[in-house]
Ligand binder design. Structure first.
Ligand code: CTP
Length: 398
């Protein structure tokens, strides 16, 4: 899987930098080409001579090669690579990457990178556990970067044994698995809905919900990482929610009606749709043209039902197409989910219960049960990026 792959290996200033040699050796043994980019602090821990001997390439550290003034183009590296791996990644470099502080060659290369990025943090537990580091790691995850760490990949919720860099062979395994998956959805087209919808009451007020869009964005990244073309239709999400993948085309909508129109137009040319959006079931019957003033009396807003996007796509579904839905329930979870599965003609439904801590809206984690007409599988609490992998694995098995 790594044969012929071009890997940019970023090395930062951690004692774990010596393990980069083992990573390089394994990557090269598996047929990859490795270009090292090292930070000035990284060079304090391992010499460029060792690294260039292992990779058979000069190590890049400065914007200009000091010997002959050759300009090292971070943009070219960003285009050349099939993947970038930053191992070890210190708290400082993680902070710079998350915040765009481009003060060395490694960070500029990261910011120009067109290929998927893998980050293996290495620091002591206190630094790792600090809210600032946790926040930066979450930011990087939300950019679609892959965080490789020992254990289950949990951020924040389970800290024991964390901070230490993952073992070289496991890091290389992650890259191999990624490239194995990368091809698996090649040529497939997937429609994904994400986020809430806003239903206007007047020019300044709306009916909405707490959906952040994180689960839908994680699904979009996962499908794109496996080689699919993704049409992401998303409701109003925070400006921090960005996609950084050329295989994802994003359409922003506001109301359920707009989402419905976008989905209806797209679904016929798709292989699958995953409906993750928290669509408002009702909208005000009328949107006031001017801001509604306080009158002192009670106020009644009459609501009319919105289109059920899922049920409509379920009716449109042709042979060979698949449709996946979500159900967020507070009670009688499984039986409600079963009803929705049939009513909306889903191939499977992803159930999350508001009773489970860490599941549902406004969290970075989720705990799901995948339900088909005759099967049911429970998954443990995981970061939404990992949950997306489980959901897409199930989609690929249909
Ligand atoms: N859904 C949709 N369009 C709607 C409402 C829901 O596409 N107008 C989709 C959601 O994206 C989700 C699934 O249908 O995949 C179930 O959503 P949910 O809100 O749980 O179901 P409802 O049909 O609205 O049922 P209820 O509100 O009665 O629980």
């Amino acid at each position: 899987m790594l044969q012929g792959k071009k890997i940019v290996l970023g090395i930062t200033g951690s004692i774990a930098a010596y393990k980069s040699c083992l990573i390089i050796r394994q990557l090269i043994k598996k047929g990859a080409e490795v270009q090292v980019v090292i930070t000035p602090a990284g060079k304090e821990f391992i010499t460029p001579v060792t690294l260039s001997a292992l990779t058979s390439k000069p190590v890049i550290s400065e914007f200009f090669a000091q010997r002959d003034g050759t300009w090292h183009s971070h943009v070219d590296l960003g285009l050349w690579a099939d993947a970038m791996l930053i191992a070890p990644a210190t708290a400082s470099s993680i902070g710079k990457m998350a915040n765009g502080v481009a003060d060395n060659m490694l960070i500029t290369t990261y910011l120009s990178m067109k290929a998927p990025v893998f980050i293996a943090p290495a620091m002591d537990l206190d630094m790792y556990a600090h809210p600032s580091t946790q926040k930066n790691l979450k930011t990087l995850q939300s950019y679609g970067n892959h965080i490789i760490e020992p254990g289950t990949g949990f951020l924040a919720s389970k800290l024991e044994g964390k901070g230490r860099m993952e073992e070289p062979e496991n890091i290389v395994d992650c890259l191999e698995q990624f490239f194995a998956r990368k091809e698996s959805m090649k040529g497939k087209k997937v429609l994904i809905t994400a986020g809430p919808t806003y239903e206007k009451i007047d020019p300044v007020r709306f009916i909405g919900n707490y959906s952040s869009g994180k689960m839908g964005f994680a699904l979009a990244n996962e499908c794109a990482n496996r080689g699919a073309w993704v049409e992401l239709v998303c409701g109003p999400v925070s400006s921090a929610m960005q996609v950084n993948n050329q295989s994802i085309h994003r359409t922003d909508v506001e109301s359920a009606h707009e989402m419905f129109e976008a989905c209806k137009a797209l679904y016929p040319s798709m292989d699958s749709a995953i409906l993750c959006a928290a669509v408002a079931d009702f909208a005000p019957e009328r949107t006031a043209e001017q801001k509604i003033k306080r009158t002192g009396d009670d106020m009644v807003i009459r609501l009319k039902p919105n289109p059920d996007i899922a049920a409509s796509l379920g009716k449109m579904k042709k042979k060979g197409q698949t449709l996946v839905g979500f159900a967020l329930e507070t009670n009688d979870e499984e039986s409600n989910a079963q009803v929705k599965l049939k009513k909306k003609n889903f191939d499977f439904i992803v159930l999350n219960s508001l009773k489970d801590e860490g599941a549902g809206f406004r969290t970075d984690t989720n705990k799901i049960t995948i339900i088909t007409a005759d099967t049911k599988k429970d998954y443990p609490l995981k970061p939404k990026e990992e949950v997306a992998k489980d959901i897409v694995d199930n989609l690929e098995c249909l």
